[in-house]
Design a protein around this ligand. Sequence first.
Ligand SMILES: [Zn+2]
Length: 476
Amino acid sequence: MQFEPVIGLEVHAQLKTATKIFCGCSTEFGAPPNSQTCPVCLGMPGVLPVLNKKVVEYTLRMALATNCTIPEQSRFARKNYFYPDLPKGYQISQYELPIAIDGHVDIDIDGATKRIGLTRIHMEEDAGKLVHDETRPVSLVDLNRTGTPLMEIVSEPDLRSAEEAGAYLRVLRTIIRWIGVGDGNMEEGSFRCDANVSIRPSGSDALGTRTEVKNVNSFRNVEKAIQYEIARQTDILLEGGEVVQETRLWDPVKNVTNSMRSKEEAHDYRYFPDPDLLPLVIDRDWVNAVRSSLPELPAERRARFVSDLELPGYDAGVLTASRGLADYFEACLEEINQPKQVSNWIMGQLLGLLNAQGKSINESPISAIDLAGLLKLIDDDVISGKIAKAVFEEMAETGKPAKQIVEEKGLAQVSDSSALEGEIDKVIAASPDEVARFKAGNPKLMGFFVGQVKKATQGKANPKLVNQILAKKLKA
Ligand SMILES: [Zn+2]
């Protein structure tokens, strides 16, 4: 029997606001424990939350960038549960009336586009953090993170493989960074993912029993955890067993998921509208203003690179992996309008350099204008592509522009035909046998002559000119 996986993801993304969602405490990371707290985020009796408008604006940005509908009214709800990192005994979240519904994003799988639906996006506050002391039998609580704004992005169960789940997460993260609402850093916990995984007989429309996998802190681990869950559930069904609905934890050391607790149902949380917060009415003018403030989005820019600049889809995908990279590429094009050549150098030399140095495009040691300057020298036949690579290395080390390096080191090609003719005459005079064979009808020997001239000029001869002069002289 063949099984089909059905996967839906819940992503919690931290919003990059200066202050928390319901109080003025700082959200800055790395402060001493419990130094960024106040009566509101500590859940003291009698305090009242005040909604941070920036949180709503950032969530709207994400919602519009992912094609969601924004209902006129949304509402905050209390999600009640007890845990030592949650001083109020409830988390303020959204339940029946989230801020955004019915969105979608497109992912690319093996060159084909697949649309993944978004059920909803809602706002909520983060809980604190427990620190388990290894040396003493105690656990400590740090409430700095309590009240940090999160948006939860819930997908439809449209994903059918671990690979699709990975592609979807990458698309979401790119958008979050692109529109500047979060840093999308999975390892640091500002972008977290829970995966709902079930399997069903291929061709069936009914959904199987699902498990929720938590505690996954890298893209690779999300894919591995989903693959593990699919295999585990398949084994159970093939042996005639039943999958139990539960929450499982991913163990990145042993590469397995372990049962954590039976999955709670929504009614376990006793959701009810938060009486301290008014229903949130989103003005249509505000929605329109946020919509028009959005930059050209990654998918749009990628399509434009393919249609207007005639770049291959692969190149367009790499160049729009971040807004900084796409901007860098277009800044180069303003100097030298050769999209494919610029793309090749960025994808090859520049990204290779940045990867080796562990730097982002914004920290590139070579500016877009300087890279374009180097490519112009190739274009103008001042240097060959091969010498350009050496110049590029030198630019990265010294920060000097290409032109200066070429001048200082005397790397410019010999494009003076009378100087080249002298060298070529010498080569021809020194190789009578090869000349005879060439004239006897062996055109492959042209490569030999070009090579000899290159050697004599230390690679600086303009190859086009060398070929022209050689052809003329050898015919004579
Ligand atoms: Zn506070």
